[in-house]
Design a protein. Structure first.
Length: 543
């Protein structure tokens, strides 16, 4: 037990030194990307597709000491004849896993948050219950219980009062125990200070507002959210702004509709008083897929994000119509599309298909308005649990029944790191760009049960470094999310640690999802764990 504690401290110290060293080099991020001279970057939103700057001008050397390295883009790839395949999650057969009970219309996180709490050994959900905010727990992430609390005796209500969207974050690194739980909530469309910030020690009993987010005289801030970016050590406000309706933002181009503005802060409750404090950030663009029925240009309804391994994972709620005044029996069509960011501001969305979409079967619980959940996903063994909300609406067109109600929460499950794989049918190769790492042990997440994966290490001139040759590489012939790669004649990668090298993977009839070089033979990645992990005590993959 003492040995384990010491190694945790060493790993944390190593990681801290790596991050501090990177930032000390004058704007170089943890992964080698050069930070823009003006932060946040200045941009004017439009429907035109924009290439991602760090993919257009990649750093000469990629630093890979933080987290599993995912193949969601070409940031790490020098050359390959493998084919990238994006994967979809499977829906849990018990969906919806959190359905209405005492709630009349809504039992949904509207962002809000679902996290795994290592102290309580519980999955914990904060969600919208009609006009209030409620709380539920689960031991397995599938079967949920509503505890009886004291705010409204006999119920699971933790905050009474009108609300729209909210964000809750379980902050496992907070030193002040009274602020372990943080909340940003849109409380009323009639107040000048409708967005409020609160804190809590237990996630059940909340402080009065300790910060405010805006005046409602400014445009359309109701579906705004908040998350933490540990790579920048900043809280981020993802603020909804729109140029449709009576509170239109005049600086947005005509027809853009709902979009997102950005602000990052050290103190989560700092808030903002004027729109001038916010930077134009993200919108739907020409590559987003329109709905064939509504036939309107898509808009960006919401953007939640979470730190996953070596990057920020973005959950884009893409609105495909109709406008509120045209909603009849079916709720508006919002669907979740994934994005990936390696600098915290610019997003790459290579797969525009819905990652979690609405059902086209009239009467299904998720017939409309699918929305993401704060925290993003929870790591459960070799799986990622993505929670999301959906709405059945009024498929029978019953007079006087709102089309946006009958809302519940579902669960989608994806392989860990399973967003994209580099796939070989037959045999192919993948050569990484120049990498630098301090670890000693190479691991891969791969499905090679019908084939094999080998690797070799090459120097800056492309020469294979002995003994890390393909001939000495012990072939991986298994399906697993943490598979060790080894070479005959080499105990570890210590002799090439700290040097600029590339890895050439030989892949036969297999899928390669990610790789990383760990400081330990146990395979810790030092990466971030999104909404928590049932196997870890903190926010990072450190044993």
């Amino acid at each position: 037990m003492v040995w384990l504690t010491v190694n945790k401290a060493v790993l944390r110290t190593t990681l801290g030194a790596l991050l501090l060293g990177a930032f000390a080099q004058g704007g170089e991020l943890y992964n080698g990307i050069a930070e823009p001279p003006v932060w946040p970057p200045q941009r004017t939103l439009s429907r035109a597709y924009r290439p991602v700057p760090y993919l257009e001008n990649r750093p000469e050397v990629a630093l890979i000491d933080v987290g599993r390295q995912l193949f969601v883009d070409d940031f790490l790839i020098e050359s390959t004849d493998l084919v990238r395949k994006f994967h979809q999650p499977r829906m849990h057969p018990q969906n919806p896993v959190l359905r209405r009970d005492n709630e009349k219309a809504y039992a949904i996180p509207f962002s809000d948050g679902i996290f795994y709490d290592p102290q309580l050994k519980l999955f914990r959900a904060w969600y919208r219950c009609d006009a209030d905010t409620c709380y539920a727990t689960s031991k397995d992430g599938v079967n949920w219980e509503r505890p009886r609390l004291d705010l409204v005796p006999g119920t699971n209500v933790i905050r009474k009062g009108m609300r729209d969207s909210g964000s809750l974050w379980l902050d496992l690194n907070e030193k002040d125990p009274t602020k372990r739980h943080k909340m940003m909530l849109f409380t009323s469309g009639k107040l000048d200070s409708a967005i409020q910030f609160m804190a809590s020690a237990d996630g059940i009993h909340w402080s009065e507002a300790i910060g405010e987010g805006r005046t409602y005289k400014l445009p359309n801030y109701d579906r705004s959210s908040m998350y933490y970016n540990p790579f920048r050590k900043r809280w981020v406000y993802s603020v909804r702004v729109s140029n449709v309706g009576p509170l239109a933002a005049p600086e947005l181009v005509d027809g853009l509709g709902r979009a997102r503005y950005y602000k990052e802060v050290e103190n989560f409750a700092e808030g903002w008083k004027e729109r001038a404090e916010l930077a134009q950030w993200e919108s739907a663009d020409e590559r987003d897929l329109p709905d064939p029925e509504n036939k309107v240009p898509p808009q960006l309804y919401n953007l939640d994000a979470t730190p996953y391994e070596s990057l920020m994972l973005g959950l884009f709620s893409i609105w495909r119509g109709p406008e509120n005044e045209n909603v009849k029996d079916r709720p508006k069509r919002n669907e979740i599309v994934l994005g990936y960011s390696r600098d915290g501001f610019h997003w790459d969305r290579p797969d525009r298909r819905p990652f979690i979409g609405v059902s086209d079967n009239r009467g299904d619980w998720n017939w409309g308005n699918v929305q993401s959940v704060g925290g993003g996903c929870v790591i459960v063994g070799d799986k990622l649990y993505f929670y999301f909300s959906g709405r059945r609406g009024n498929p029978e067109s019953v007079q006087g029944v709102k089309a946006d109600g009958d809302a519940a929460t579902g669960l989608a499950i994806l392989r860990r790191d399973g967003f994209a794989s580099m796939q070989a049918v037959g045999e192919g190769t993948l050569l990484t760009r120049k990498l630098r790492f301090g670890g000693k042990h190479l691991f891969v997440n791969a499905d090679a049960k019908r084939g094999a994966i080998q690797a070799e290490i090459v120097d800056e001139k492309g020469k294979v470094i002995a003994p890390f040759t393909r001939k000495n590489s012990v072939a991986v012939k298994a399906d697993g999310v943490k598979l060790s790669m080894q070479w005959k004649g080499a105990r570890d990668l210590a002799t090439v640690a700290g040097k600029d090298v590339s890895i050439r993977f030989y892949v036969r009839d297999a899928d390669l999802y990610s790789f990383w070089v760990s400081p330990s033979s146990r395979g810790e990645s030092l990466g971030y764990l999104a909404g928590g992990s049932v196997e870890h005590e903190g926010t990072q993959d450190i044993r």
